[in-house]
Design a protein around this ligand. Structure first.
Ligand SMILES: Cc1cc2nc3c(=O)[nH]c(=O)nc-3n(C[C@H](O)[C@H](O)[C@H](O)COP(=O)(O)OP(=O)(O)OC[C@H]3O[C@@H](n4cnc5c(N)ncnc54)[C@H](O)[C@@H]3O)c2cc1C
Length: 395
């Protein structure tokens, strides 16, 4: 193996996009992904306008993959509802399809992609890095030691031993949507009437969390929701009880859930998400670039985590491609991400609060439709990470 190969740990949107960018620059790159093949992930599966532009630039044809256009949003606060036209066209596609299409594209671009290979240990070795990997090849587990000059850490929400994200204290204290208090669930369902779901995302807000529903490919609807851990405990940790609890939050959600048939016996679940985390440039380690959720975790309510993953991948590849160091990358990433993260946290905190929700809904309903949509689009744009210049030209 070439000594100056860049190794990317993790094959989600951040890792796969970085592999494509580096390979396109003619740089030797190897991506290690612990999952052996396409898999589902807890996610609202909402692809923002910005994410869609990155994906197009990476060679993905969203409509050809079956992605559904999303042009409208329906918000519910208990029995109140508000309907908006989105200020852009967004898309929705299952993460299983999206992530594997990106990995395929990385191979096409010339990156070496190794699936089913988990990195167990990462340590400094001289001027570079040494990695211990583990691959399950039934009936044996193969261990190997590799070396690289540069590491892109794109392992998402999972922490790598000795290289955990340095979480700031304020993340835990200030964010009402603190991941440690919440569990995220995802379930795919068949709708009784697909027509109800065309081009619309639905957000149901309630005390203790929120639920998002939207159509994805193949006539399926994705349900993704966050609830406080104590609600899960009150439901005895039982999925049918959690669904019953969810249906009781409003007559709208009850009606919705009654018209949907789950495709899986059990949902996917995730806990301990450090919403509000942003990697500080002061913590930058030479030759180690943190991408995606390893760089920043935006409240999922904002629906822009994938765009952040793709944005940081673009930046890291650009900076590494001109021999820039990881501190230059982390400074730039922090500059780009701090404001959208702040805005998303403010919005999430406001809407997590019953009074905040009631005031927001009452004011929005009093406003003339045009002004309401203008304010909403302004709010949404504040939670967005701007497109890099070369993509703005093509947007
Ligand atoms: C409840 C919820 C809803 C969300 N909804 C949306 C949404 O609608 N729209 C949106 O844009 N964002 C959403 N997000 C955020 C989005 O899912 C993430 O921001 C995005 O997946 C980050 O991409 P990533 O590549 O950094 O990490 P990931 O997608 O998590 O990918 C990391 C990869 O690394 C691999 N890996 C981990 N450890 C190792 C290891 N040691 N060795 C090798 N491989 C490893 C994993 O298997 C995984 O494939 C949501 C998040 C949550 C929690």
């Amino acid at each position: 193996m070439m000594r100056d190969e860049t190794i990317i740990i993790g094959g989600g949107p951040a890792g796969a996009a970085a592999a494509i960018h580096l390979a396109r620059r003619g740089m030797p790159v190897r991506l290690l992904e612990r999952q052996a093949g396409p898999h589902h992930k807890v996610c609202g599966e909402f692809i923002s306008y910005e994410a869609a532009h990155h994906l197009k630039n990476l060679g993905l044809d969203l409509p050809a993959l079956g992605a559904q256009p999303i042009r409208r949003a329906r918000f519910y606060n208990g029995e109140q509802d508000l309907h908006f036209a989105l200020p852009f066209t967004a898309w929705s596609l299952s993460r299983r399809t999206l992530d594997s299409a990106l990995l395929d594209q990385a191979k096409v671009a010339g990156a070496s992609v190794e699936l089913g290979t988990a990195v167990r240990k990462l340590s400094r070795a001289g001027n570079g890095w040494e990695l211990t990997t583990q691959k399950k090849l039934a009936p044996v587990t193969q261990r190997a030691v590799r070396s690289a000059k540069t590491i892109f850490l794109a392992n998402g929400k999972h922490e790598l031993r000795d290289w955990q994200r340095p979480l700031q204290k304020e993340t835990e204290e200030n964010a009402r949507f603190t991941g440690n208090l919440f569990i995220g669930f995802k379930m795919h369902l068949f709708p009784g009437n697909l027509h109800d779901w065309q081009e619309a995302v639905e957000i149901h807000l309630f005390d203790g969390g929120y639920a998002g529903l939207e159509p994805i490919e193949n006539g399926v609807v994705n349900l993704c929701f966050l609830i406080r851990q104590e609600i899960y405990k009150t439901c005895g940790g039982s999925w049918p009880e959690v669904l019953r609890w969810l249906a009781d939050t409003s007559s709208h959600l009850r009606l919705r859930l009654a018209g949907l048939t789950p495709l899986w016996h059990e949902p996917l679940a995730v806990a301990g998400i450090p919403y509000g985390f942003i990697a500080s440039p002061a913590d930058a380690v030479p030759d180690l670039f943190r991408l995606g959720d390893q760089a920043a975790v935006i409240p999922s309510f904002a629906g822009d985590g994938i765009a952040i993953a793709l944005h940081t991948a673009t930046l890291a590849a650009q900076i590494h491609g001109i021999n820039g160091d990881s501190s230059a990358y982390h400074r730039r990433a922090h500059e780009d991400l701090a404001q959208p993260l702040r805005a998303a946290r403010l919005l999430a905190n406001l809407l997590a609060h019953p009074q905040g929700r009631n005031i927001a809904f009452t004011v929005a309903r009093l406003l003339p439709a045009l002004m309401r949509e203008k304010i909403l689009s302004e709010l949404i744009m504040r939670t967005r990470v701007s497109l890099p210049d070369e993509l703005v030209a093509g947007a």
